[in-house]
Design a protein around this ligand. Structure first.
Ligand SMILES: *Cc1c(COP(=O)(O)O)cnc(C)c1O
Length: 355
């Protein structure tokens, strides 16, 4: 830290992304990326013709891609906002809607970026505790008269709540904005995006980073009523009007035209999730039921941090947090069957070593 940094950032705790080591090849099960490459049409879309256009700025309104997404989700183009990863969208949500009079609430165990943005903007925020086995009780959020962010399915637990439960939260907080972060919705959950037609205070946040194999392209989007979208636009045009680059835009359009490929990949992930969960159960692990492309799991005979380190030394990366409430647990991304077999083989080795 230099002596020039504004004092309002002195105590800012930043988000710590999962490791992206470049030193050796790991089986990467730590940041919930897809193990599958983008569809062939996506690889072709990043063509010489598109690359040759990189001397020109992209369309700041991203009309082609927004229209494609609108058609895909049966909404209108004015219901769609695009962001540089959904992290940028979350940033704009905190920036646009939250302040000292409009505080924000989110679950105590959830995506690590929420408290970071709250701190960045020096917002009053409430972390609402989860219940036994990381269950989220929707009634904790009904009528609280705060802005609300909920990841559904939640990360890192994998648990989801129902659309009816989300509707109750949205319906009882109409003086505030409810953001449902659906980063993992395409792995078996049910999206609440159609509720945006009924409620003007609901924003649904999705990403191309997980189900759509495009984490490196950085694309997220919001669906909501046009006035909320205009508020987000205000943030965008005050920070970076060209937030979506040409190559990502071309890749995303081809992605939406290859939907079957991604739906099939999601089926494989869901099969591998069931396979891995039951194999771990036989090894004495307890796993939270997941509707996402990862599982949250723990073993009685080895603490979470020790398991994480032992796996890393054997070339497998998973995610572990050194926080008291979840220190026993590891979050394991569900990859290809080969990756999960390698992971399970190393887990068996480690258990033999400790027992
Ligand atoms: C991965 C993730 C995101 C961010 O994804 P981007 O790559 O920025 O689109 C947002 N929310 C949750 C809950 C996530 O797990």
């Amino acid at each position: 830290m230099s002596k020039y940094l504004s004092t309002r950032f002195t105590n800012l705790e930043t988000y710590v992304p999962g490791e992206q080591p470049q030193d050796m090849l790991y089986v990467k099960l730590n940041t919930n990326e897809s193990p599958f490459p983008p569809a062939p049409a996506v690889q072709e879309a990043i063509s010489q013709a598109e690359i040759r256009l990189l001397n020109l700025y992209p369309d700041p309104e991203c009309r082609l891609l927004r229209q494609k997404l609108a058609d895909h989700y049966s909404v209108k183009i004015e219901n769609i906002f695009l962001s540089n990863g959904s992290d940028e969208l979350l940033n704009f949500f905190f920036m646009a809607f939250c302040d000292a009079e409009k505080p924000v609430a989110f679950p105590s165990i959830s995506y690590g970026f929420y408290p970071v943005y709250a701190c960045l903007y020096q917002l009053p925020y409430t972390e609402i505790p989860l219940h036994e086995n990381f269950r989220l009780d929707p009634s904790d959020y009904c009528g609280i008269h705060k802005n609300i962010v909920i990841a559904n399915p939640n990360a890192p637990t994998g648990r989801a709540i129902s659309v009816a439960e989300i509707e109750e939260i949205v319906r009882t907080n109409t003086s505030h904005v409810v953001m449902i972060d659906e980063a993992y919705i395409d792995f078996g959950g049910e999206s609440c995006l159609l509720l945006t037609k009924k409620y003007e205070n609901l924003l649904v946040c999705q990403t191309f980073s997980k189900f759509r194999s495009l984490a490196g392209g950085r694309l997220g989007f919001a669906i909501g009523n046009p006035d909320l979208i205009a508020d987000l636009d205000k943030m965008k045009y005050s920070t970076n009007s060209y937030n979506i680059n040409r190559l990502t835009m071309a890749a995303a359009i081809a992605t939406l035209e290859s939907d079957g490929y991604y739906v099939n990949n999601s089926k494989i992930i869901q099969d591998n999730r069931a396979y891995t969960t039951s194999a771990l159960e036989k090894l004495g692990f307890e796993t939270i039921p997941s509707e996402a492309n990862f599982i949250f799991t723990r073993c009685k005979t080895i603490e979470g941090g020790a398991l994480y380190r032992a796996l890393k030394s054997k070339g497998i990366l998973v995610r572990h947090w050194d926080k008291p409430t979840i220190a026993d647990w590891c979050r394991v991304t569900i990859g290809s069957r080969e990756q999960m077999d390698m992971f399970l083989a190393k887990v068996r080795e480690i258990l033999e070593e400790v027992n």
